[in-house]
Design a protein around this ligand. Structure first.
Ligand SMILES: [Zn+2]
Length: 464
């Protein structure tokens, strides 16, 4: 496996800290609002990384946090009158349901900041005691970046322009210093700590949760891969790395991976720009798997300019896989073709080269269709082709749905019920050899835009 390490700025060979095992941490969402396409893309990119490593035989432990205490959350609490628990549990539930719809595997560990305060305060305490952090007259605790000789060695982004984006504060000793603990103010949500009531800063959460749940204690590095969106590289990841270095005298992660932005018409997608595209809106129209396939089909490091024409084109490409799957309806999968498996894994092992991987998929679909045209009864081929599709669903997270259900997406429950009733009536008519009625029902379904097919497994239908 070779991956692009953002800190080294090159593609490097992946060698895990412990043979056969991989520990991955990805920064999760701040749960004060619905997820947007940027969240979806990051989740899908690292889901692909995880699935690829698993397919290569690694035992992967995957962790992603929920930031459930932060300025934006507090603002929303006072706007809505909801409690922290009410607000954050609502958005966590929605986030998880949307990730399920996108076929993103659930992390093995999903800690929340508010449930990790013991680890967070213990880490801040260590940093104060070893002189890497200081308390301001207002009671805030800051990390002293001048005490970390390696500060900026990760992102190499501590130029004036990057620093100018950090909120200035006269109480800070250095411009890059950042809050580890924010003292309790009016209209705040506060927790007790040895350094006064307050709440944790954002950066310390990730370091502390990794240390608590995922870290190797006796190695040079705490985890193998740290991931997140490119916008988190500086200052967030730089600060995470600094905290861990100073508190635990270990490096945080051996490899750093970052996914590109999702833009709309060339502008960076960001909530602050007000051009956010909520995931829920896209999922209301498109099958989660279609959306996944679209977001997956651009290499994770490239920026993706979201537009619906490309999404439609992605759907057509995925339709082809499902049309092949329909031809194999009812076939029990046999053994995956070794050449297919090798080609797919070789492509993904090359820094998740999705274009190459999807070319392997397209090639397989075309070859299988040709073979089935010439040899429609080749049972062994059918079993292998079905096994290839099952394998694809494990590695890429696509092709796993029932082939007919896939083509039924977008039909409401009431219409589905009506269709099923008509099909049942037609079956009865056929049984009674009343072919005129059976044909009339088929025509009625066709007028509803529904095509039916009689298969050995019964009558199936799809949207035409
Ligand atoms: Zn983080």
């Amino acid at each position: 496996m070779r991956i692009y390490d953002s800190s080294k700025k090159e593609v490097v060979a992946f060698n895990p800290i412990v043979e056969g095992k991989v520990r991955i941490y990805v920064c999760g969402p701040t749960v004060y609002d619905d997820a947007h396409l940027g969240h979806a893309r990051s989740a899908i990119a690292f889901d692909l990384l995880r699935r690829t490593l698993e397919a290569l035989g690694y035992e992967v432990t995957f962790m992603k946090n929920f930031t459930d205490i932060d300025d934006k959350i507090i603002k929303k609490i006072f706007e809505t009158g909801k409690s922290l628990q009410e607000l954050t549990s609502y958005y966590i539930k929605r986030y998880l349901a949307e990730m399920d719809a996108l076929g993103v595997k659930r992390p093995d560990i999903e800690p929340k900041a508010t449930e990790s305060l013991d680890a967070i305060t213990a880490m801040i305490d260590k940093l104060i005691k070893n002189g890497c952090a200081y308390t301001t007259p207002e009671g805030d605790v800051y990390f002293d970046t001048s005490k970390d000789s390696e500060y900026c060695s990760l992102s190499h982004k501590c130029d004036e322009e990057s620093l100018s984006r950090i909120e200035p504060n006269p109480a800070k000793k250095n411009p890059a210093d950042f809050a580890l603990w924010k003292a309790c103010k009016a209209q705040d949500v506060c927790f007790d700590s040895p350094f006064g009531a307050g709440r944790p800063g954002w950066h310390i959460e990730c370091s502390a949760m990794i240390e608590k749940h995922l870290a190797y204690r006796d190695k040079e590095y705490q985890i193998d891969i740290h991931g997140g969106g490119m916008d988190l590289f500086f200052p967030h990841h730089e600060n995470e790395a600094a905290q861990t270095r100073c508190a635990d005298h270990q490096k945080l992660a051996k490899y750093w991976m970052h996914n590109g932005f999702v833009t709309i018409s060339g502008e960076k997608m960001s909530k602050s720009l007000g051009n956010s595209f909520f995931l829920k809106d896209a999922l209301a129209v498109y099958d989660g798997e279609v959306l996944r396939f679209y977001l997956l089909a651009t290499h994770y490091r490239a920026n993706l300019n979201f537009n619906e024409e490309d999404l439609q084109a992605a759907k057509k490409r995925l339709d082809k896989l499902y049309r092949l799957k329909k031809r194999l309806y009812g076939v029990t999968p046999g053994n995956v073709e070794e050449d297919f498996k090798r080609a797919l894994l070789e492509a993904l092992s090359d820094d998740l080269n999705i274009s190459r991987a999807l070319a392997v998929v397209d090639g397989f679909v075309a070859r299988a269709n040709e073979h089935l045209d010439a040899n429609p009864k080749d049972k062994n081929f059918k079993k292998a082709a079905m096994a290839n599709i099952v394998y694809l669903s494990e590695v890429l997270g696509i092709g796993g749905q029932d082939a007919y259900a896939y083509f039924q997406h977008g039909i409401d429950e009431a219409t589905k019920k009506r269709i099923e009733e008509l099909i049942a009536r037609r079956s009865e008519a056929k049984k009674a050899k009343d072919f005129a009625t059976a044909d009339a029902i088929r025509e009625e379904l066709r007028s509803l835009g529904i095509a039916i097919m009689d298969t050995p497994q019964g009558t199936v239908w799809e949207k035409v």
